[in-house]
Design a protein around this ligand. Structure first.
Ligand code: DX5
Ligand code: ZN
Length: 227
């Protein structure tokens, strides 16, 4: 079972995104997590589709685009055309999440949906057959560098159990507060894609990526669901 790292460029140097992404992916990061915030769904503003388009030209790695925006229906085409590989929509955003997932897949992209910490895991269950990935937010979306919310551990376990029960081909990503110290436990609980922003892009980026992969191996050994 391969556990993947998706470094969140929210904590990278925005004036040097291509450089920081290259350092992380050369060191073994599998995905590149791109946090899109509209200042309305979350109280922060980041980047839009034009930046994703530029990143597409700068890397061949998987662009894992997390849309924290109120109106995905208004912008999905832009992110599809910009070259996103995985597009994650929030169940709390406006519009029909199932229709959004179907649209993403119909465009040949990987579809994913996510819930905020206070939304119950069961909201995701009927959507899982339409998802290539599902994302569990483990902090309130909006900012990097927050602490992992401990209550989210049970949510990871519940969604992993549902995926295994039905044999869905759906990756389980977590986002927020992943550090070297808690990631083995997060993997053991059921996550197979780990987003990490501040823990990757502070200090030695390449070294941090390598250390995360060591922790993944330890977590996978403890994980019942990987056996
Ligand atoms: C938060 C973002 C996360 C964030 C994670 O809204 O979705 O991707 O950058 O940052 P860390 O790993 O620092 O918690
Ligand atoms: Zn994110």
């Amino acid at each position: 079972m391969e556990i993947k790292l998706s470094p969140s460029i929210l904590s990278a140097d925005f004036a040097n995104l291509a450089r920081d992404i290259k350092i992380a992916t050369d060191a073994g990061a599998e995905y590149v997590h791109v946090d899109v915030m509209d200042g309305h769904f979350v109280p922060n503003l980041t980047i839009g589709a034009p930046v994703v388009k530029s990143l597409r030209a700068a890397t061949d790695h998987v662009l894992d685009v997390h849309l924290m925006i109120s109106n995905p229906d208004q912008y999905l085409d832009d992110f599809i055309d910009a070259g996103a590989d995985i597009i994650t929509v929030h169940c709390e955003s406006n519009g029909d999440t199932l229709a959004q997932l179907k649209k993403i897949r119909a465009a040949g992209k990987k579809a994913s949906c996510t819930i905020k910490p206070n939304t119950p895991a069961e909201v995701l269950f009927p959507l899982l057959p339409y998802c290539d990935m599902v994302l569990i937010m483990t902090v309130e979306p909006g900012f990097g560098g927050q602490g992992f919310i401990p209550a989210c551990m049970d949510k990871i376990k519940a969604v992993r159990a549902e995926i295994q029960k039905h044999g869905y081909a759906c990756e389980l990503e977590i986002d927020g507060g992943a550090k070297l110290a808690n990631t083995a436990e997060i993997v053991a609980a059921g996550a197979d894609v780990i987003v990490a922003g501040s823990a990757v892009f502070s200090g030695d980026i390449a070294e941090n990526v390598k250390e995360f992969h060591k922790v993944f191996a330890a977590g996978a050994q403890q994980a019942e669901w990987t056996k």
